[in-house]
Design a protein around this ligand. Structure first.
Ligand code: PLP
Length: 385
């Protein structure tokens, strides 16, 4: 297995801060919002009511029901509460799903650049990660022909991630339909990582589960970290076909036992979203996206497409004439701006840098000003467009 680039950049950035440097943190995938007031109140109420015991392994029934209803309301999905298994984070949901499903030698197709866990966890369970590329040539969309060409008799799973980290890609309807057709034709399972489903900048979200033939072969992975700004609560879930649920419960029993009961009551309120917090947060992200992408495109040698979802700017820096590691080093050490070299998301990300724009417009403006100031380090080599 391997670590995560975001966390190592974060560690260095914190070190510089301890030395008294001012650092703008654009490395972590963490909303700068906090959960809405009623969510915190629900959590506190649950603690006061003594909801601090061991609880059902697959989750508190009321939360599993609320998730089924939420997926019906927001994604028009018809799933039942007993298909939902609560986990301490979406990453653990992914981990448990791969542990439950993989036999040694099984091949897993996954998007690259992509969330580092897809290949790392697959390797950890003896599987073989097989990347399909999100290339600029294809507007950072998957290419179903490439996926088809990479399917073998050992392929068991296709991982999809729309909107995607780190590119912000929202897969088109046509591409999702074609991936679904491939899954049906080759009898594959699809792990659809929908953690950013609520953070889209226009259009209606379509889950992989909604395509023909996908019931019975799709596992949705989601959680509360991004859409509800609850990263530190460590709350996620899997929605699995009924025959797979007992395996996920077996793994939960043998590892985390259950997820903290009081936080599950807070999560029910997050889904109810009585304060309209998610829409408010996404409207703010949308403003920041406009400003930040425009400003980044003015930095010599930077080229950034418009992300359609999530809160990342994925910048091609090949025209700066220096590599992404060196560029990130200069930005962090000399300008105090922390961002992640794209290779942290797989080899296909080598010429890119990922910036999170989950910071205020003023902070993002200052970040670009600082980058402009140190850009003399590569201005001489940059291709002028
Ligand atoms: N999936 C993707 C695509 C992510 O970007 C992340 C977090 O960055 C996760 C899963 C993990 O989410 P959680 O914090 O709920 O474990």
């Amino acid at each position: 297995m391997s670590g995560e680039g975001a966390l190592s950049v974060y560690a260095r950035a914190k070190e510089l801060e301890r030395e008294g440097r001012s650092i703008i943190h654009l490395e972590l995938g963490e909303p700068d919002f906090h959960p809405a007031g009623p969510v915190n109140e629900a959590l506190k109420g649950a603690v006061d009511a003594g909801k601090d015991r061991y609880c059902p392994v697959a989750g508190v029934p009321a939360l599993r029901e609320a998730i089924a209803q939420y997926l019906c309301d927001t994604r028009h999905l018809n799933v039942t509460a007993d298909q939902v298994v609560i986990a301490p984070g979406c990453k653990i949901a992914l981990f448990m799903a791969l542990m439950a499903l993989l036999d040694p030698g099984d091949e897993v197709l996954y998007p690259e650049p992509g969330f580092p866990g897809y290949s790392s966890i697959t390797l950890g369970f003896g599987g073989v990660p097989v990347a399909f590329e999100l290339s600029e040539r294809n507007h950072l969309q998957p290419d179903p022909d490439e996926i088809a060409a990479k399917i073998t008799s050992r392929t068991k799973i296709v991982i999809t991630n729309s909107p995607g980290n780190p590119t912000g890609t929202v897969y088109t309807d046509e591409i999702q339909r074609r991936i679904a057709e491939l899954a049906v034709r080759h009898d594959l399972l699809v792990l659809s990582d929908e953690i950013y489903a609520r953070i889209i900048y226009g259009g209606q979200y379509a889950s992989m589960l909604s395509y023909p033939g996908m019931t019975g072969r799709t596992l949705i992975l989601d959680g509360f970290s991004k859409s509800f700004a609850m990263t530190g609560w460590r709350l996620g879930y899997t929605v699995a076909p009924a025959p797979i649920v007992p395996a996920l419960e077996m793994l939960a029993v043998n590892s985390y036992t259950c997820v903290a009961e009081f936080s599950q009551y807070g999560a029910i309120e997050a889904l109810r979203d009585s304060a309209g917090a998610t829409a408010h947060m996404v409207a703010k992200f949308s403003e920041r996206r406009e400003q930040f992408v425009r400003d980044l495109n003015r930095v010599p040698g930077f080229r950034c497409l418009h992300p359609e979802g999530a809160f990342y700017a994925w910048v091609n820096i090949s025209e700066t004439g220096i590599n992404a590691d060196e560029l990130c080093r200069v930005m962090l050490e000399e300008a105090g701006v922390a961002a992640i070299p794209g290779a942290a998301f797989g080899a296909a990300g080598t010429d890119f840098v990922r910036f999170s724009f989950a910071s205020s417009t003023a902070t993002l403006r200052e970040a670009v000003e600082r980058i402009q100031r140190v850009s003399s380090a590569w201005r001489r080599t940059a291709v002028v467009r």
